[in-house]
Design a protein around this ligand. Structure first.
Ligand SMILES: Nc1ncnc2c1ncn2[C@@H]1O[C@H](COP(=O)(O)OP(=O)(O)O)[C@@H](O)[C@H]1O
Ligand SMILES: N[C@@H](CCC(=O)OP(=O)(O)O)C(=O)O
Length: 269
């Protein structure tokens, strides 16, 4: 149940593009700065944090003056390369203000499937956490391609569940532009209701998950449910909540009823 989150020591926080950028794609510095402060504070309190941050394509689009997400693969990859550097530049700036060391990890799917690569990344991550560093991961968008079969993760919801498994996290917090999973897509149905607790993932649940409604988001709720399903099997809790004000992380970790909680156990266990 949610109160187990109070004791969660190792936490993966995934934040989506829509929570890091304005609708015109430019980076929302206030959000990045708040995120740096809250995550550093959690780190100072003794928790271990891994951040999975999207935003490379969005930030790259804005820097290159692109109004729409590039369609061609090579353009998408070039845009991500520009944007990833920008994102890290600003993360450095804001985490520096709080004396928090960060690290960048750009991952592809073969990190999971290739035994040696997997062990290397696990070792890197656990060493960084021992050193008190906050690792910031994103997909290696400029390298991973649809053409190189099997190498692409495709969305950071999936990447965050992989990361949570790699570091044997206690919980994954997915911060999005919506405050949780609704019983139907809130874009199409204004009467949609927030689902606060999930302990079983089946076809019916997937059927209510729509795609992203934004230009920059990837995967929508489908990939978030799939990520939670992977983690349930590993005994790792997942919460989907709003990334509008990242101080929400304190409330989530206090065990308060916020967003959608995917439990590895029944409600009262
Ligand atoms: N059943 C649902 N409940 C909540 N949101 C949904 C649902 N179906 C589709 N969505 C859409 O998923 C979006 C969140 O996914 P996405 O845009 O990929 O965000 P992020 O960038 O945070 O990963 C919401 O803004 C909403 O439009
Ligand atoms: N790796 C991509 C993000 C892909 C993705 O899943 O985006 P999002 O749905 O905003 O979490 C990027 O940094 O732009």
């Amino acid at each position: 149940m949610r109160t187990e989150l109070r004791n969660a020591k190792r936490i993966v926080v995934k934040i989506g593009t829509t929570s890091l950028t304005y609708s015109n794609g430019t980076i929302n510095f206030k959000k990045l700065e708040n995120l740096a402060r809250v995550l550093t504070d959690l780190r100072n309190s003794g928790r271990e944090i891994v951040l999975v941050s999207s935003g490379a394509v969005g930030a790259g689009m804005s820097r290159l003056g692109l109004k729409e997400k590039p369609v061609e693969l090579k353009e998408k990859q070039a845009t991500a390369a520009v944007g990833q550097a920008l994102m890290m530049q600003f993360y450095q700036k804001f985490f520096n203000e709080y004396n928090q060391t960060i690290a960048q990890l750009l991952l592809t799917k073969d990190v999971i499937t290739d035994k040696i690569k997997r062990r290397n990344v696990e070792n890197t991550l656990s060493t960084l956490l021992e050193m008190g560093v906050i690792p910031i991961a994103n997909e290696n968008d400029s390298v991973a391609t649809d053409e190189l079969e099997g190498s692409k993760i495709g969305d950071n919801d999936t990447l965050s569940s992989m990361t949570a498994i790699l570091v044997k996290a206690d919980a994954l917090l997915m911060l999005s532009d919506i405050d949780g999973l609704y019983d139907s897509s809130p874009v199409d149905n204004p009467d949609a209701k927030l689902i606060s607790f999930v302990d079983k993932i089946d076809k019916e649940l997937y059927s209510i998950a729509g795609d992203s409604s934004s230009i920059v988001g990837t995967g929508g709720m489908y990939t978030k449910i799939r990520a939670a399903e992977h983690l349930m099997k590993e005994g790792i809790h997942t919460v989907i909540a709003s990334g509008e004000d990242v101080k929400i992380i304190y409330d989530i970790l206090a065990g308060n009823e916020i967003g959608t909680f995917f439990s590895t156990k029944g409600k009262d266990e």
